[in-house]
Design a protein around this ligand. Structure first.
Ligand SMILES: Nc1ncnc2c1ncn2[C@@H]1O[C@H](COP(=O)(O)OP(=O)(O)OP(=O)(O)O)[C@@H](O)[C@H]1O
Ligand SMILES: [Mg+2]
Length: 454
């Protein structure tokens, strides 16, 4: 049984071999904003969780064939067009989105995710010598669902069911699921020489997950690892939400958010919120091109052009830029630039955002201080979840021996600062940002197999 971390942004697949050695399937690397852990061979253990449908491959009547991961991203960048879907995991917990149409063909969310899982399965068969039959998949404590922040256990179960279904469609016959922060805990445990009470925080692209757990050699005798869990908590907010704050504060105003427009009947109104909300959510970007939304955008474009004609001035080109973005499938390029700027801010104090592909050029610089103000509400949610975790576990901050932070978003300085303030830098550990969940899943998968054969 392999361990597979299907992430909102990055996925990985690993297998635990003799002597607890973890091996990862490796993939071609493209220059992604966080660059991954590409070694000298130009390959990396992470697989970008994206799917690309070429604009070119349109045989009449035939269903379009999507490409996943680096192959899909490479095709998108080469072709400069086609439909690129990202953050698909964030759709799992949404009852409203069950399917989407690409070149007139219907794809269920499970089908789309299955394409990514199938590539990972194939890599495990080819590179790790696995049979590709059984998989242990990770899942967040709470999936992203709509705009609600609260937990909804029914929706979480629904999302998990869809994830399992996607794995079956990808060819796995036996599918088991474990909480992602528990997987990260299994990875931490492999390095402990004594029993400790450990707080795990995994901050990814879609979700932030917490787990308070007793780990160490003394815990190994227990039959079920879940017996060592003191409490779990989770928030459906992470890196994508932080990107969304940059869109709201820098991109959307440059594309007309908050500006007024004249309707045909002479009424003044703002450009509709849904346009900007879709720009803020990477999983929704590609949906802006759905016929209903595109029609609505075209009506707004007419309005914009009429307003310019009537006032005798030049158009602001706000709606024109948004329509251009959608029609030319530039959403992912924009998201890369936003993500790049965010990641740069983890290192430097000021960054520039520069996107020249639209009729209106987007240019802006912003500081880490400004970014931290924009994301303050998100950080506060993490802080509340942390309180909940401690309260649920009936544990005081002082009694926690070690805090382990992982996931790409744990590299954001103010996320780390939240834990430094609460627990002190000396108790903090971090690492395996993009791989710890997959290696933990591989360890747990091997344990489950061993327990079964006993
Ligand atoms: N140095 C960095 N600074 C800030 N953010 C970063 C950095 N490196 C990566 N990220 C962000 O981390 C996120 C990806 O992290 P990760 O791969 O752990 O998520 P995931 O496992 O795909 O998502 P999830 O666990 O939520 O399903 C992205 O939002 C990315 O922009
Ligand atoms: Mg993750």
């Amino acid at each position: 049984m392999i361990g597979l971390d299907f992430g909102t942004t990055n996925s990985a697949v690993a297998r635990c071999g003799p002597g607890d050695a973890i091996r990862f399937a490796r993939f071609e690397t493209l220059h992604t904003p966080e660059a991954g852990d590409a070694a000298g061979d130009g390959r990396t253990s992470t697989f970008r969780s994206v799917l690309h449908f070429s604009a070119e491959q349109r045989l009449p009547g035939a269903a379009p064939i999507p490409w996943a991961g680096p192959r899909g991203l490479g095709a998108y960048l080469d072709e400069g067009a086609g439909r690129l879907l990202q953050s698909l995991k964030s759709h799992l917990g949404s009852r409203s989105l069950r399917e989407t149409f690409v070149h007139g063909h219907r794809f269920e969310v499970e089908d789309l995710i299955a394409v990514i899982l199938r590539d990972l399965r194939t890599a495990a068969i080819e590179q790790l010598g696995d049979s590709g039959e059984a998989v242990l998949l990770g899942r967040p404590v709470h999936f992203v669902h709509g705009t609600d922040v609260g937990s909804d256990l029914e929706l979480d179960a629904f999302a998990e069911g869809r994830l399992i279904e996607a794995a079956h469609r990808a060819g796995f016959s036996r599918v088991e699921v474990e909480l992602e922060p528990l997987a990260a805990a299994a990875e931490v445990e492999s390095s402990l020489s004594r029993d400790e009470l450990v707080l795990i925080g995994d901050f990814g692209g879609g979700t932030s997950d917490f787990c308070l757990i007793r780990l160490g050699p003394g815990q190994l005798s227990r039959r079920d690892r879940r017996e060592s869990v003191v409490a779990v908590a989770g928030v459906p907010r992470a890196g994508d939400a932080l990107d969304g704050r940059i869109v709201r504060s820098v991109v959307a105003p440059a594309l007309g958010a908050g500006r007024e427009m004249l309707s045909a009947s002479g009424q003044v109104s703002g450009l509709p919120q849904w346009v900007y909300r879709s720009l803020e959510r990477w999983e929704e970007l590609s949906l802006l091109g759905e016929p209903r939304r595109l029609e609505a955008l075209h009506r707004l474009l007419e309005q914009e052009e009429r307003q310019a004609r009537e006032s005798g001035g030049r158009s602001h080109r706000f709606v024109e830029s948004i329509v251009f973005l959608v029609k030319n499938d530039l959403g992912h390029l924009l998201s890369r630039e936003v993500e790049r700027a965010k990641i740069e801010l983890s290192q430097v104090h000021e960054t520039r955002l520069c996107f020249d592909a639209l009729p209106r050029r987007l240019r802006g610089s912003f500081t880490r201080e400004a970014f931290e103000q924009w994301i303050a509400a998100d950080i506060e949610l993490l802080s509340v979840a942390l309180d909940e975790l401690l309260e649920r576990g009936g544990v005081a901050a002082e009694s926690i021996d070690r805090v382990f932070l992982t996931g790409g978003t744990s590299l954001v300085p103010c996320v780390r600062a939240l834990f430094e303030d609460r627990f002190g830098a000396e108790r903090l550990r971090s690492g395996g940002e993009l791989t710890s969940v997959a290696s933990g899943l591989a360890r747990l998968a091997a344990e489950r197999e061993a327990a079964r054969s006993d």
